[in-house]
Design a binder for this molecule. Structure first.
Ligand SMILES: NC(=O)c1ccc[n+]([C@@H]2O[C@H](COP(=O)([O-])OP(=O)(O)OC[C@H]3O[C@@H](n4cnc5c(N)ncnc54)[C@H](O)[C@@H]3O)[C@@H](O)[C@H]2O)c1
Ligand SMILES: N[C@@H](CCO)C(=O)O
Length: 814
């Protein structure tokens, strides 16, 4: 004996019912089968709506009932051959006439009682089960229609009646054992009181009907046929990679279904759990899919978290005040007051200080709950011993479910860590001591992000989505996009990162696309984007509320740098090769670092010094391991090193500078390189990263550039370089005469930093630098006689882009 239940979508149309017939027929070949059906999808709601209209003296209920009648007649006509239609067509009409009479009565009285409503909605299942039975008859499949109202006895709690199993079980057993059919069809949801008045078992109650039949008959299994392929690891409407859970315990299934996994009506579990009857959840539209098996003890599995669930539209109510500490009875009074108002409490937390109790309730119940509690505690509130009940709306509950969580340390740590690094604030936490469920209350608007982050953390060790916005698509930005495009597959396969660029901007346009831009063809999307406006870009990005988000600044713009703070404050990581922020006022640099720390995110700018060379990372490692930097000497300008390596008077100084710019070593404005400002910024950043509180004005800059080179624009600057050719030639000749080379050197020692041109002899550590190389010498407590040296290309779009790339990976992997 087995019981199969088909939900509303499985019987929504004639074609769907044909699938049900085939499945039922096949099942009955194997073993006697009871088929329980829901109403056609949408019918229960339509019946409630018709009843309410009638009660509100709105005569339009008649047209609504006609639509319902027509829908059922149409299904019969397309499902059955003409010869088999007449009996069931007249039955449908009879039922619909009864429905109309009930509604006419409601209309006349202007009142819809719970009892009448149950009577009204029972017709949904009566109709659908009769249609299915008639279709079986038409195809000569032996079967018997069972009237659940005569078999399932309940109390008179209309709308949510409680089953009297002592009477029900023998009635079901007698009805089935007395017949010799192999296939039975019964309406779900409906039952009756001892005196025959129709009741219903609560919304979703057809599952429960099926479980009651299965329990009474000691069925070998219960199958719930629906429109998804099992109970999913998370709501598939929220999580694209949600997948069916192959096996799950009754307890876990109950937790998940209580918490919003709508495929199973929670009471369903009880009758089958009592007898250990296996329960399958299967997909009518993909019967070959394995589905979910709910059983006593599913095999242990590596994923200790079995599923995730969420409930939206939650309100948190908090009773707080010194007056409740150590005094028994406050929680009893609170819960009694809520119970009197029929308020269902979804979650409870109380701090061990006993200073506050928080309860989560459905938003629809919140006003009643608040009033009930305020009335109950009126005297204490007036006396100032308790605060008025505090209410916070627009919240949701997100929960991890899994029986094995209790044996594994660190699950809640991973949960809170994953939510925290994504800027999701947890308002309350609840975990029962059985630890089957760890629940967090968060903002409603964070639910999608939270569920996805948690799904990735607990179910998708294989892929983590990273959402990146790149501002600046010049030399470095374009190279970075090339590198990302080339590495995307590798990142997915080796690092399990699905790195997507969801936003791009240059100085004129920006584009955001939640689905990710095509890295091989991003230009058309950017050109079709909106006019660049950083405030709008930031607002739109934050509104998308994507997980693992990184904002990458590859501009040289002070405006863009000024926009980091609001991003960090929402836990968006910032990766900058733009040096403006880290070299701005110390207070700003410190504020951004503190924001990153406080909001559990990253502010990384490795490429600010030495481009792709690991300079800042190495310095941080030295300090973290307890070393102390007391002296730095460095060549930090790729441009100036290139210029002084290539200038020997055979080509003009201006030509060599132009070549550096053409090859992509200079700043967008090359005067920043030639004046030494770019180098001053870099030594300032190194000093700060070494723990010193220096400002730009503390850096002594011995510029070698004649003052007139800075008057006017970049074109005028090149003209002035040409005018001052003898000056540059003089500098070169003086050094060459002594066998020396010109190097623009930055140094830091004794809390003082300076930058300037030096003429270095062959033995000097910085003498033999090639091309656009940089070199940094760190003298520390551990590197005393010989410095720690970092050396290599210090400018160039390719190396810089790879440094930015490394920072992005650091930001999302930390
Ligand atoms: N080139 C290198 O070797 C190197 C090395 C290290 C760091 N950097 C830094 O990289 C940054 C970019 O250098 P680049 O050579 O790619 O410059 P670039 O001039 O080629 O590109 C700059 C990009 O930024 C965009 N931009 C400018 N202002 C903007 C604004 N307000 N809003 C949006 N976009 C804006 C421009 O449209 C352009 O797409 C600079 O900060 C530079 O210091 C460069
Ligand atoms: N313009 C810079 C780029 C690297 O920061 C340089 O030449 O060093």
């Amino acid at each position: 004996m087995q019981v199969l239940k088909f939900g509303g979508s499985s019987v929504a149309t004639a074609d769907n019912i044909k699938r049900v017939l085939a499945l039922a027929h096949a099942a009955a070949q194997r073993t006697p089968t009871v088929v329980v059906v829901s109403a056609l999808s949408g019918v229960t709601d339509a019946l409630i709506d018709a009843g309410r209209r009638a009660a509100a003296a709105d005569a339009s209920y008649r047209e609504h009932l006609q639509v319902l009648e027509q829908r059922h007649l149409d299904v019969v006509r397309s499902l059955l051959p003409i010869t088999g239609q007449s009996a069931v067509l007249s039955l449908v009409k009879t039922y619909c006439n009864e429905l109309e009479s009930i509604c006419d009565g409601v209309f006349a009285l202007g009142e819809l009682s719970a009892r009448t409503l149950d009577r009204l909605v029972s017709y949904g299942e009566l109709l659908s089960s009769r249609v299915v039975a008639a279709a079986l008859a038409a195809q000569d499949t032996p079967h018997q229609w069972l009237d659940s109202r005569q078999l399932i006895r309940t109390d008179a709690h209309y709308g949510h009646a409680a089953v009297d199993f002592t009477t029900t079980n023998p009635q079901i057993q007698a009805a089935v054992s007395g017949a010799d059919a192999a296939l039975y069809v019964a309406p779900g949801f409906v039952a009756a009181t001892h005196d025959g008045s129709t009741t219903t078992l609560g919304r979703g109650g057809s599952d429960y009907t099926a479980a009651i039949f299965a329990g009474a008959l000691g069925a070998e299994q219960l199958e719930i046929w629906t429109d998804v392929s099992g109970m999913m690891t998370a709501d598939p409407r929220l999580v694209r990679h949600a997948r069916p859970i192959p096996r799950i315990s009754y307890q876990e299934a109950m937790e998940l279904s209580h918490f919003g996994a709508k495929v199973l009506y929670p009471p369903t579990i009880q009758p089958v759990m009592r007898q250990g009857i296996p329960l399958w959840i299967k997909n009518t539209f993909a019967p070959e899919d394995e589905g979910t098996l709910v059983e006593v003890a599913p095999p242990a599995h590596q994923a200790t978290v079995r599923g995730l669930s969420s409930i939206g539209a939650v309100t948190l109510l908090r009773l707080e005040g010194g007056g409740m500490v150590g005094i028994p009875g406050f929680s009893r009074r609170l819960f009694a007051a809520l119970a009197r108002e029929q308020v269902n409490v979804i979650l409870i937390t109380q701090s061990s200080s006993e200073h506050s109790i928080s309860v989560a309730v459905n938003k629809a119940d919140a006003a009643r709950a608040q009033q009930a509690a305020d009335e109950e505690f009126g005297p204490e509130i007036s006396a100032g011993r308790l605060d008025p009940l505090y209410r916070e709306d627009d919240l949701a509950i997100v929960a991890l479910v899994g029986e094995q969580m209790k044996d594994h340390p660190g699950i809640s740590g991973r949960m809170f860590g994953a939510l925290g690094t994504n800027g999701i604030n947890i308002r309350a936490i609840a975990q029962g001591s059985s630890e089957k469920n760890i629940s967090t209350v968060i903002r409603q608007q964070d639910v999608r992000k939270a569920i996805n982050v948690l799904h990735e953390t607990f179910f998708e060790a294989t892929t983590r989505q990273v959402n990146m916005v790149l501002v600046g698509v010049g030399n470095v930005g374009r190279k970075l996009l090339d590198q990302l495009a080339r590495q995307q597959t590798w990142l997915r396969e080796k690092l399990r990162l699905n790195l997507r660029v969801v936003g791009l901007a240059n100085s004129s346009r920006f584009v955001l696309d939640e689905e990710g831009l095509d890295l091989h063809n991003w230009k058309p999307a950017l050109e079709a984007g909106q006019p660049m406006n950083l405030t709008e870009l930031t607002a739109e990005l934050l509104a998308l509320n994507l997980r693992n988000t990184v904002f990458v600044d590859v501009t040289a713009s002070a405006d863009v740098a000024a926009g980091y703070a609001p991003l960090l404050a929402r836990s968006v990581a910032v990766v900058a090769c733009n040096k403006v922020a880290a070299s701005s006022a110390y207070a700003e640099y410190a504020r951004l670092k503190a924001l990153a720390h406080d909001f559990n995110t990253q502010f990384l700018f490795e490429t600010n010094v030495g481009a792709g060379l690991p300079v800042i990372g190495t310095l941080n490692d030295l300090l973290r391991s307890g070393d102390e930097v007391h002296h730095i000497e460095a060549v930090l300008s790729g441009t100036l090193n290139f210029v002084f390596n290539n200038y020997d008077g055979t080509r003009s100084f201006a030509e060599v500078v132009r070549q550096a710019q053409d090859e992509g070593y200079t700043e967008p404005d090359p005067r920043l390189d030639l004046t030494g400002v770019d180098v001053a910024r870099k030594i300032l950043i190194l000093a700060r990263e070494s723990g010193r509180t220096l400002e730009m004005s503390d850096i002594h800059n011995d510029s070698f550039l004649p003052a007139s080179c800075l008057e006017g624009d970049v074109a005028a600057f090149y003209e002035q370089l040409a005018v001052h050719e003898p000056h540059f030639r003089g500098l070169y000749d003086a050094a060459a005469a002594n066998g020396q080379k010109l190097r623009f050197v930055a140094s830091y020692a004794d809390d003082k930093a300076r930058v300037g041109l030096q003429s270095l002899a062959p033995g000097h550590d910085l003498y033999s630098l090639q091309g656009k190389d940089n070199a940094v010498l760190f003298y520390t407590n551990r590197y005393v006689e010989q410095p720690l040296v970092i050396k290599g290309a210090g400018a160039g779009a390719d190396v810089t882009a790879s440094g930015v790339f490394a920072d992005i990976l650091r930001a999302v992997q930390s």
